[in-house]
Design a binder for this molecule. Structure first.
Ligand SMILES: Nc1nc2c(c(=O)[nH]1)N[C@H]1C(S)=C(S)[C@@H](COP(=O)(O)O)O[C@H]1N2
Ligand SMILES: [Mo]
Length: 234
């Protein structure tokens, strides 16, 4: 990481830092599998900065211990709540949608960033159109099959075409450690919005704050404009 990137990544809101130190670090980098070659902590608890970046620069994050793998053959993403036709989608179903390719930097709110990562998947608005969003819906809640992590977007944010249900990362199926078979990828927001091990999408009548948001992170996680970085109006 260059000094510039370090400087840009440095100012994180105090609440967020306290949240991370108090609760986050415990779950960070625990349980990554060896074969994916992503980083893992030397010890499960410790300052965030001690976690070593692996090749590619991603840190493995999970707020739970190990997460049970799901086979791409049987895995399904369920879409329900305030929709006309609740449905679940297997990998073959997702492959039949138009595929969106995004080449973007991946930015964690704690300061690390991986430049120019390629993600491929189904634009969330296409999936929402397939189930039919009912008039009551105002927001979307995402659940992970790790059983703990959740995320949320307003319906307006969820209709952006740079928000995708990702099935590929860097030219391969999303690995288990990176949240496969399906992972949410919210390109314009900090990494915590990009929920791993996506199992459920639910249309709700209001935003239900996600895991980190209950611990002090901003619900609107725009890169560069949230979590204490937005002192100047943009
Ligand atoms: N299920 C789940 N998704 C998650 C997290 C998590 O702990 N559990 N951490 C988030 C955070 S804070 C970041 S920065 C990215 C990290 O992605 P990676 O583990 O693929 O590097 O995942 C996000 N999605
Ligand atoms: Mo993060």
């Amino acid at each position: 990481m260059s000094e510039d990137e370090r400087a840009e990544g440095a100012p994180v809101g105090r609440r967020v830092v306290l949240g991370m130190l108090g609760l986050g670090a415990v779950g960070v980098a625990v349980g990554a599998s060896v074969q994916d070659g992503v980083s893992r902590a030397l010890a499960p608890v410790g300052p965030i900065g001690d976690i070593l970046p692996a090749a590619g620069g991603f840190r493995y994050y999970s707020v739970t211990g190990s997460v049970k793998r799901r086979s791409a053959d049987t895995h399904r993403v369920t879409v329900g709540g305030f929709v006309d036709k609740p449905q679940s989608f297997g990998m073959a179903d997702l492959a039949r949608f138009p595929q969106t390719v995004l080449d973007k930097d991946f930015q964690c709110v704690t300061g690390w960033r991986v430049p120019d990562v390629r993600w491929v998947g189904v634009a969330l608005p296409d999936l929402l159109d397939a189930v039919g969003v009912s008039r009551k819906a105002r927001a979307v809640r995402f659940t992970s099959f790790d059983g703990v992590y959740t995320e949320s977007l307003t319906l307006q944010q969820a209709r952006r075409r740079d928000v995708i249900v990702a099935t590929q990362m860097e030219g391969k199926p999303v690995t288990h450690d990176h949240g496969g078979p399906t992972r949410l990828y919210v390109a314009p927001m900090y990494g915590y919005k990009s929920l791993k091990w996506l199992g459920g999408i639910e249309l709700t009548d209001k935003v239900i704050p996600g895991y980190w948001e209950n611990l002090g992170y901003d619900v609107d996680a725009w890169v560069g404009r949230s979590n204490g970085r937005d002192d100047a109006p943009t």
